[in-house]
Structure formats: structure tokens, C-alpha cells
Design a protein around this ligand. Structure first.
Ligand code: F6P
Ligand code: MG
Length: 481
């Protein structure tokens, strides 16, 4: 149940896989070593400290193996059932080397291997090496967070009031307004994905802040190469009009911090506008691709909203090192963040927002395998009105990270989750990898892709335009049609 088309490989000199295996991953691992090293030096329990040192050595060994193009070794058994599947696949793939292996499998293996180092320890179980990094980027998204909190609260009061212009509009005017708001919220959610820590080597903080502001969102609309927002709204509206009692939207989450903050804005809008009655969020079970959401990231985010003044006004380690005193938070901003906290915790307490982790999301295979290897998850998603897959990795997994011609229809590239699957798939993805589908014929060449006469060929046939996170695709496949 994998596609016949070959997958992107770390041996392909023209691919982002090549760059990832040689430059990006070692940098990420070095960051993880530094993080544990710092945590160890602050530790007072000597047993924990000693074990922490052994953990840094184990991570350093992983880095060495990768940089010296050693074979991937079987994962040690930490008691979870996915380990056997990882190891079986490793064998089926012929025990490959780091620099000549399917990109998708190897990158998943990398994060799973890292997690075994902690899960097999006594004192460091559940430790998230990326947690501090996630929080500090969230802090640096402050201007956009404050702008969006104010906008959301304003919208909430309009949706709740009987006297607002929205409440008094005619049905068709109201529907138009709802669609505009749906698109606005979804676009915020889409570009929120540019805040991915594993790509920070490419995008500067300044780039990120630009992508987060409302003006730049408008300016970036023509960067959305495939745009199915209108069709996605039509599905939700149709379900609402059908009078169905329970209408669920699922969000297969990607990154923590700013991105999950905006995912919650969309979730809240869908619930408060009546476009959905329940939202199911799917986080990861283990620290994943640096910035992905684990359940604890939710409580951390809610805590920030609750204690916003102390979060934003207490100098971070970085501020202290640079002698910076953070700007104080105005009372209005603090109130807005507190109102958000109240709103989201109420929706959560009422059971309208649910968290549903599943081991499947951190396995090494693509989503082509879901109906066979995770049948209960698959059946669950079939009962949802719309399943939103956030971000680049989810898109790579939907399309099996295969070397499709970019003009291949999205419906074909997602295989078993395509037409007739019973799952309505909506991918919101900023492009950060080679795979891309559903483009009009010739678009890839126009952007300088491998087949182009200009840039592409000179650069040796690379699809570099698709690596930067500056372009996006919003693709819908109505598997219920
Ligand atoms: O492209 C770099 C990369 O690490 C990919 O390997 C991965 O697909 C992606 O970034 C993670 O991005 P996202 O958080 O959007 O899934
Ligand atoms: Mg991610």
C-alpha cells in the first residue's frame, strides 16, 4: 500500500533531502545536545546528572553515525508497538545508510530514535529537548499574537451579540461574511505554518514576523498556488444546512507555539460560527520534527495566556545574556490574552475541543498506509466533516513523499485517502520540501523547477522554490463525494 512512484532520497544531490541529511539534521541534533547539557548542568540530583551525561553521549553518537554515513541501526525496544514496525521496515529497506535512504523514513526514524534515548532512561522520561526552543519562538511572535487576540475577541463578541451587523444581516450577506472570515482564519492558520523551527536555518525571525502580520497575509495571497478554501467552506456550510446534530472538524496538528495558537483561533471560530460543533485536535505523542505539538504544549500555551504579564515581562535567558529588558505588556493586551484563555478553556471544558493523540502520527510510513495499519483511526476520521492536515510533513506523508510530477492531481497523489475513502482531506501547507502536486501544467517550470530552461537547469535541476516556506498549497479532496 505504498505508491509505485519512487520516494525522495537523501542520495539525490538536487533534493532538499540531501541538504537535510548533511546539514540540517546535524544542526538540529547539536541543538538537542546543547539543551540536555544545559539541563544537566543545572541538575542537583547526582544520579539524574550522571544519566543526563550519558544521554548527551548517546545523542552525540547518533550525530556521529549520521555525519559518517553509517547504517541506520535497529531502534531499541522502549515497549511501544511501533518499534517493531520501524525495525521491520529498516530490514525491508536493506539496512540503508544515512546518506542513501528514503528521506521520509529516515527523518521519522531520527526523531523516534531520539525519543527512545529518553524513554529508556530512569530520570529523563518524557523530557522534551525542543520545549525551550518552542517557547522562545512563541515569545518572539508577540506582535502577531497580540494583534490576533484582539481580532478574535472582537469577532467573538460580534458572533455572540444579537445586535451586531453580522446578526442583523440577511442570510446571504451573513453567509458571505462567514466565508470571508473562514478564509481569513484559515489563511492565518496556513501562514502560521511558516513558523517551523526545523527551518529556522532558512527563515529569519524577521521573515517570520512579516509572514504573521495581517498586511503581509494579503500581500501573500498570490503565493498560494492551489487554493481550495472556497470549496472547503462549501462543504462545511452544506453540512450545517443539512441540520446534522454533530458536525466535527479534525485538525491534524503540526507545530507548537504560534502555529497551534492560530489553529485554536480557527477552532474557536468554527465552533462559535456554528460551522462545526466539535473540534478534534491530533497532537504527537513524542517530541517530533523539532517544533510539533505534544499535549504538554497545550497546557504551556494556556499558562502563558493566564500569566501573560509575567511571561512577557520576565527576561528570558537570551534577554539576560544580551542585557535586554522586555517591553511591558499593556493592560488591554493582558486582558485580551486572558479573555482568550477563558474562551478556549470553556470550549475545552464543555468537550467541544478535544485532544486525541495516536501512535500512528509518529510512525515511519506515509498516510497511504492508514486504512491498513491504523483502521480505527481511519474509521474515526471518516466520521468527521473535514480533516485539516497542517504543514509540510503532513503533506509529505499524504503524498508519500514521492517524486510525483507536480501536475499530478492531489486526489491521485494521496492514494487510499483519495476519492471514495470517506475522508474529506484538506491540506494547508507552506512548501518546505521537494514534493508538490496539483499545480497547473508548466507552473513548476515557471517558478524555476527542475524542468525549466532558466534557473532550474543552471541550479542543476533543483526545485529550490519549494524549499523556502514562502509558497503554499491549499488542497481539498472530498473523499465523501
Ligand atoms: O523541510 C524541512 C522540514 O524539516 C521537512 O523535513 C519537514 O517536512 C518540515 O520541515 C517540517 O515542517 P512542518 O513543521 O511544516 O511539517
Ligand atoms: Mg512540524
Amino acid at each position: 500500500y505504498d505508491p509505485k512512484t519512487a520516494q525522495s532520497s537523501t542520495s539525490d544531490k538536487n533534493s532538499f533531502a540531501f541538504v537535510s541529511a548533511r546539514d540540517r539534521w546535524p544542526t538540529i541534533i547539536t541543538g538537542a545536545i546543547d539543551d540536555v547539557h544545559k539541563a544537566v548542568s543545572k541538575e542537583t540530583n547526582t544520579e539524574k546528572q550522571e544519566e543526563g551525561k550519558r544521554i548527551t553521549q548517546a545523542i552525540a553518537a547518533l550525530k556521529y553515525e549520521m555525519q559518517h554515513d553509517r547504517q541506520l541501526t535497529p531502534l531499541p525496544d522502549d515497549g511501544q508497538p511501533d518499534i517493531a514496525r520501524y525495525n521491520q521496515e529498516l530490514q525491508q529497506r536493506g539496512n540503508p545508510h544515512w546518506h542513501d535512504v528514503a528521506w521520509l523514513y529516515a527523518e521519522c526514524y531520527l526523531y523516534r530514535r531520539l525519543s527512545t534515548i529518553f524513554s529508556l532512561s530512569t530520570h529523563w522520561k518524557g523530557y522534551d529537548v525542543f520545549s525551550k526552543q518552542k517557547m522562545s519562538t512563541f515569545r518572539s511572535s508577540r506582535p502577531a499574537v497580540l494583534e490576533l487576540a484582539a481580532r478574535y475577541n472582537d469577532l467573538t463578541s460580534q458572533l455572540q451579540s444579537d445586535h451586531s451587523s453580522l446578526a442583523q444581516a440577511s442570510d446571504s450577506e451573513r453567509e458571505k461574511a462567514e466565508e470571508m472570515l473562514f478564509i481569513e482564519m484559515s489563511e492565518i492558520c496556513l501562514w502560521g505554518n511558516a513558523t517551523d523551527l526545523s527551518l529556522l536555518t532558512n527563515l529569519s525571525y524577521e521573515d517570520i514576523q512579516k509572514l504573521q502580520g495581517s498586511e503581509s497575509r494579503k500581500a501573500n495571497e498570490d503565493k498560494i498556488l492551489v487554493n481550495d478554501f472556497h470549496a472547503a467552506f462549501a462543504c462545511l456550510k452544506k453540512a450545517q444546512k443539512s441540520g446534522a446534530g454533530e458536525r466535527r472538524v479534525d485538525i491534524v496538528l503540526d507545530n507548537a507555539g504560534f502555529e497551534v495558537f492560530v489553529d485554536l483561533l480557527l477552532a474557536g471560530y468554527l465552533l462559535q460560527s456554528g460551522l462545526a460543533t466539535h473540534i478534534v485536535l491530533h497532537p504527537k505523542n513524542i517530541p517530533w520534527f523539532v517544533s510539533d505539538v505534544v499535549p504538554k504544549d497545550f497546557s504551556d500555551l494556556l499558562n502563558v495566556l493566564l500569566n501573560a504579564k509575567s511571561f512577557y515581562e520576565t527576561p528570558s535567558e537570551d534577554d539576560q545574556a544580551r542585557g535586554i529588558t522586555p517591553q511591558s505588556l499593556s493592560d488591554t493586551d493582558a486582558k485580551n490574552l486572558h479573555a482568550l484563555f477563558e474562551n478556549w478553556s470553556t470550549l475545552y471544558a464543555e468537550g467541544k475541543i478535544l485532544l486525541r493523540p495516536n501512535l500512528f502520527w509518529t510512525e515511519g510510513g506515509s498516510y497511504w498506509r492508514m486504512p491498513k495499519t491504523a483502521p480505527s483511526l481511519y474509521e474515526d476520521l471518516q466520521t468527521s466533516e473535514l480533516v485539516i492536515f497542517k504543514g509540510d510533513l503532513n503533506y509529505r506523508k499524504l503524498t508519500a513523499d514521492a517524486l510525483w510530477d507536480p501536475a499530478t492531481p492531489f486526489t491521485e497523489a494521496i492514494g487510499p485517502l483519495g476519492p471514495g475513502s470517506g475522508v474529506r482531506v484538506l491540506a494547508l501547507r507552506t512548501c518546505k520540501a521537494d514534493v508538490v502536486v496539483g499545480l497547473p501544467k508548466g507552473k513548476d517550470e515557471e517558478l524555476g523547477g527542475p524542468g525549466s530552461a532558466g534557473g532550474g537547469k543552471e541550479m542543476g535541476g533543483k526545485r529550490e522554490w519549494a524549499w523556502s516556506g514562502k509558497w503554499a498549497v491549499v488542497s481539498l479532496c472530498d473523499g465523501k463525494a
